[in-house]
Design a binder for this molecule. Structure first.
Ligand code: ADP
Ligand code: ZN
Length: 709
């Protein structure tokens, strides 16, 4: 039966619908319009894909990005859904072929670019075929207010006029009310129900740390401690910094690739492809990167510069963890970020009203950075989503922030600005406060004014923290004519006069956050890493073969389910989330084989040897097995020798010696006098160390097996 739930199970391999999916799907199937607002990773695509399979005819999906279309179509083909796209990458002939398929009613889903859709030829074609529905993906592109406006999207109201009886569904992840209203009006969806999910992304852990002297070292430590070998995105503000950080990470043996608008499009495309197709690539990018990237297993998004608004932060961090598995949003932030951002906004060509708005948005972002309570509550609150309890999965929840009464320090800082004539930046001011007799201070005679040396109780970093918080809270202004110079403003007065108490954040000196003890890290621990690697290697092999990204074969979540459930039959395999009928048919056996090899016991062997043999059979070399098991290479050789002596392994699979060499060694072993039979030392010496003890041991084991059998 073609019920939505049935399709969910057999085609997509999932057990149950999430949130609003089912309601939206049923509404659409009944032939009515709908508007769907769900966060990234919420599962919007199913909301039109399933109705397109249930309803007669082809579902037409309008999508703004070619890369995204190709990705979706290739993922659908993997599921056995008849899908195609029409866009400018096709030759005339290919396009005609697809048109013919449409006329023959051979497609379930067709992805198309908006400009192509509204061409007379296409509209005419659509009037001759049976259309199941129109899905308008990334519907916020219709909004001029939003950030991804596409003029072609404005033409889409034509659908309603030309095909009034065909249901339409508009989908977006953009949260704000104004964009939402614009979508409704421009697409004429006033009557359509809104299917709205909360904007929380519970699997993302938010952390914002203070920049220390060397932020890129902080980044590297974060990546090494928590995301070794994971795919991630590092955002930087400038192209130059993108290049620098990418190269530096490469020098630290991280597979990092740059991406920014200044690169030529071939290189950019290439890096993007590599990021999509390979497992552990880190892309270092400006915000030019991201739209239309729906790689599900991005495990972290890191910011080395502050985004200009909470909206941008939410969107950029939202690219992590689409698959619902634990992911990190990590950011390093410091005073310099505030200075740079404020200056950039003040110096832009926009009119005053616009500038004010932008500065206002930046302030909200800064407030999030300086937040001493739950970050998620603040973040969601910004979008009008109320989270009743602190989330327990952000840095401030996990490592509560200490506060201190900074009133006196702030007074000292402000009067230092005043006494030195409002002409200096933070570094100089801190030197004065700490009473350093630098050449510059002596030149200006500032060692003789009253704030010199009054701030010795705080160290340099603590003073930085005070100034940063003063600036972030708008209690001190940055002078934009003289870069980095701090000025007093009206808001400084109450503090300076001691009329206002100021509670400040105590910055953590080091990042104490422990790596998340999540499902991911748990199941990847110890030996499981090797099974994980083996499963991933198989997935990679299949993906490369078909030239699709690995996640289109199976998601990480599905591979993890395999590790946890250890299916031993196709029936058990079919139970796992993400395995529908077609993938079961195509790949089920291959993955079962890997799992059964891994867990097959070898009778007669000690447990520890059996473990090594298992890994050896999965294709890991001795070095790797030793590393993984924290044993010596020689111990692993011992295990292999044990297996050889029982005929469970063949000598030639373990060592690389020619037949005559082996014969020679065997002869020497056989010729040993009785009392030396148990020792390898005489043989070792006989060949003057040419063959290691490990090798000799294996040869001897093979000989033993021959004699025994
Ligand atoms: P969006 O377009 O909203 O960002 P997607 O449609 O790409 O999200 O879905 C995000 C991920 O969640 C995909 O990997 C998808 O396969 C998975 N998913 C969607 N619906 C379900 C469901 N009901 N059960 C399990 N996984 C789901
Ligand atoms: Zn929290």
């Amino acid at each position: 039966m073609n019920t939505p739930l049935n399709i969910l199970k057999t085609v997509f391999g999932y057990d149950s619908f999430r949130g609003q999916q089912q309601a939206a799907i049923e509404h659409l199937i009944s032939g009515q319009d709908a508007l769907v607002l769900m966060p990234t990773g919420g599962g919007k695509s199913l909301c039109y894909q399933i109705p397109a399979l249930v309803r007669e005819g082809v579902g037409i999906v309008i999508s703004p990005l070619i890369a995204l279309m190709q990705d979706q179509v290739s993922a659908l083909l993997q599921l056995g859904v008849k899908a195609a796209f029409l866009n400018s990458t096709l030759t005339m002939e290919q396009a005609r072929g697809i048109e013919q398929q449409l006329l023959n009613n051979e497609l379930d889903l067709l992805y198309i670019a908006p400009e192509r859709l509204t061409a007379p030829r296409t509209l005419e074609l659509f009037s001759r075929i049976k259309v199941a529905l129109f899905a308008i993906d990334e519907a916020h592109c219709v909004s001029q207010w939003g950030h991804d406006f596409r003029a072609d999207y404005l033409q889409l109201s034509i659908l309603h006029e030309r095909f009034p009886t065909i249901p339409r569904i508009a989908l977006t992840a953009t949260a704000d009310e104004r964009t939402r209203q614009e979508i409704i009006v421009r697409l004429k969806l006033e009557h359509a129900p809104l299917y709205l999910s909360g904007f929380d992304r519970p699997n993302i852990r938010y952390a914002i740390v203070q920049k220390q002297k060397n932020p890129r070292q902080q980044l590297l430590a974060f990546m090494r401690n928590q995301h070794d070998g994971d795919a991630g995105i590092v955002y930087c503000l400038s192209r130059k910094k993108v290049e620098e950080i990418a190269h530096w990470l490469q020098s630290k043996n991280i597979n990092a690739l740059p991406y920014h608008a200044g690169m030529n499009s071939t290189d950019r495309q290439k890096n993007q492809q590599t990021f999509l197709r390979q497992d552990s690539v880190v892309i270092v990018a400006t915000i030019a990167f991201g739209m239309g990237i729906d790689k599900p297993n991005v495990r972290f998004v890191a910011h080395l510069d502050i985004p200009k608004s909470v909206e941008a932060y939410y969107q950029e961090t939202g690219r992590a963890g689409r698959d619902g598995l634990p992911a990190d949003a990590w950011m390093a932030y410091g005073l310099q970020d505030v200075v740079t951002m404020r200056r950039m906004l003040a110096g832009s060509d926009a009119d005053d009203a616009h500038k004010r708005l932008e500065l206002h948005k930046l302030d909200a972002m800064l407030a999030l950075c300086e937040q001493v309570h739950c970050r998620r509550q603040t973040l969601l609150g910004y979008f009008g989503d109320l989270l009743e309890q602190p989330c327990g999965n952000c840095d401030t929840c996990l490592e509560p922030v200490q506060t201190w009464d900074g009133t006196v320090a702030a007074q000292q800082a402000l009067s230092c600005i005043y006494r030195t004539g409002s002409r200096f930046g933070v570094h100089y001011l801190i030197d004065v406060l700490q009473g350093k007799e630098t050449e510059k201070i002596l030149n200006f005679n500032h060692h003789q004014q009253s704030t010199f040396g009054i701030g010795k109780e705080l160290d340099e970093q603590q003073w930085h923290s005070v100034f940063r918080q003063l600036v972030a809270r708008g209690l001190v202004a940055i002078n934009f004519e003289h870069f980095g110079v701090l000025n007093l403003i009206e808001a400084s007065r109450p503090i300076l006069r001691g009329e206002q108490q100021l509670i400040l954040r105590k910055d953590n000196k080091t990042e104490k956050l422990k790596p998340s003890k999540t499902a991911m890290t748990r199941s990847r621990s110890n030996n499981n890493t090797l099974l994980w690697d083996a499963l991933r290697a198989k997935r990679r092999e299949i993906a490369d073969d078909q030239q699709v990204p690995p996640y289109q074969i199976f998601h990480d979540a599905t591979l993890m389910a395999m590790m946890e459930q250890k299916p031993t039959s196709l029936t058990q395999m079919a139970e796992l989330s993400g395995i529908g009928q077609r993938k079961l048919d195509l790949y089920g056996k291959k993955f079962l084989a890997i799992i059964s090899d891994f867990f097959s016991g070898d009778e007669g062997l000690s447990d520890t040897a059996a473990e090594s043999i298992r890994l050896f059979r999965l294709g890991f070399n001795i070095q790797k097995i030793a590393e993984q098991r924290a044993l010596k290479n020689s111990t692993i050789y011992g295990h292999l020798a044990e297996a050889i002596s029982q005929g469970l392994l063949v000598l030639a699979d373990v060592i690389d010696l020619s037949e005559p060499e082996i014969k020679q060694i065997e002869a020497s072993i056989l010729n040993l006098p009785e009392e030396q039979k148990n020792s390898l030392k005489p043989i070792f010496e006989q060949f003057e160390g040419l063959y290691s003890y490990e090798i000799l041991r294996c040869v001897k084991a093979a000989l033993q097996y021959q004699i025994d059998s």
